[in-house]
Design a protein around this ligand. Structure first.
Ligand SMILES: [Zn+2]
Ligand SMILES: [Zn+2]
Length: 335
């Protein structure tokens, strides 16, 4: 194997990765003439681009969130295009509906940009596809050995058990609008919760979009207008921002739960006064990050965002060259 260096056809800038010969940006932080977008979360899919290349699902999510504007160029997973001499294809990332890794190839060098990803089963999206590469560009949201996500099924079972022993209350679960809310709904279904799932209005459009895309969420209803007495013993989903605001005050003595990888950090749960913290993450934990790198055996690892120090150090111990990119504008989407 010939050691590869920095490919000259891929530039790293604080605003994102840039393909100069294609004049294309990957998940650009600012409006760009041409963007390749890994998935629909706000820190990756920003409004205002001229042309957006992404999976059909991501384009649909962006249209719901941003309205019409950018010209969508649908690139189904596996399909191949050539842009400025670079071969480009998308491969499932297992993160949220439509999420994709971007594979780039030129002059015999393969770079895979994971975007956000996870390896745990999730019926709301296609599973992560390992794509062998010379350079693996990874996230590291939970890039510390202390982060080990438990089984999501056990977390949901705990929340339902709490509701079972408190039938006069309702179970209010805070979950982000794209990905988490739908995954929680599917976990509730898998746990046998067949009745209606009531939702805050801010979740309804993406719930409908997932259902249109074939994710069987079951009976999803707006919580608005439902008398408090009817919500006793029921499950209600809301974006985390709604947990503490007036909206939740009309609910019948809610059991406050929150689904996020950050619920592993007790201080964060306490801060939000969460009674039932649910450690459910759509990002890879430490074991998933390191086992994925072991599986792919890339020559280099580039870490886009998150807790990069420990992962870069781990790569060094495993004879893999690694660097932190410190990309701007990536938040943790509350995760
Ligand atoms: Zn994301
Ligand atoms: Zn992200």
């Amino acid at each position: 194997m010939v050691p590869i260096d920095m490919p000259d056809w891929l530039q790293v800038t604080p605003g994102g990765l840039y393909l100069p010969t294609a004049d294309a940006w990957i998940d650009p932080a600012r409006p760009a003439a041409r963007a390749l977008v890994t998935h629909g979360h706000a820190d990756h899919a920003r409004p205002g681009h001229g042309e957006v290349w992404a999976t059909p699902e991501t384009l649909a999510i962006m249209a719901v969130r941003h309205g019409p504007g950018a010209t969508g160029r649908a690139l189904p997973p596996g399909a191949d295009i050539r842009m400025g001499g670079v071969r480009i294809s998308l491969h499932p990332a297992g993160h949220v509906l439509g999420s994709a890794q971007i594979r780039l190839e030129r002059d015999g060098t393969v770079v895979v940009v994971s975007g956000d990803y996870k390896r745990r089963p999730d019926p709301t999206c296609a599973p992560f596809e390992p794509v062998s590469c010379d350079i693996f560009v990874t996230e590291a949201t939970f890039g510390l050995p202390v982060f080990h996500h438990p089984q999501a099924e056990a977390e949901i079972a705990r929340a339902l058990a709490r509701l079972g022993t408190n039938p006069d209350r309702c179970l209010l679960i805070g979950a982000y609008a794209l990905g988490k809310a739908q995954r929680v709904a599917m976990l509730l279904r898998a746990a046998g919760h067949a009745g209606p799932i009531y939702c805050h209005g801010a979740l309804m459009r993406l719930m409908a979009l997932y259902a249109e895309q074939g994710v069987a969420l079951g009976d999803i209803r707006p919580a608005a207008g439902v008398p408090a007495a009817e919500l006793r013993g029921q499950v209600v989903l809301a974006p985390p921002s709604a947990l503490a605001d007036r909206w939740s005050r009309r609910l019948p003595d809610p059991i406050l739960a929150m689904a996020s990888g950050w619920m592993r950090v007790r201080a964060r749960a306490r801060q939000r006064q969460v009674e039932v913290p649910l450690v459910i993450s759509d990002h890879a934990d430490w074991d998933e990050l390191t086992s994925t790198i072991r599986e792919l055996r890339p020559q280099q690892v580039w870490v886009t965002h998150g807790r990069d120090d420990a992962l870069v150090h781990w790569c060094g111990l495993n004879q893999i060259r690694a660097r932190a990119l410190h990309l701007a504008g990536r938040d943790e989407e509350g995760e």
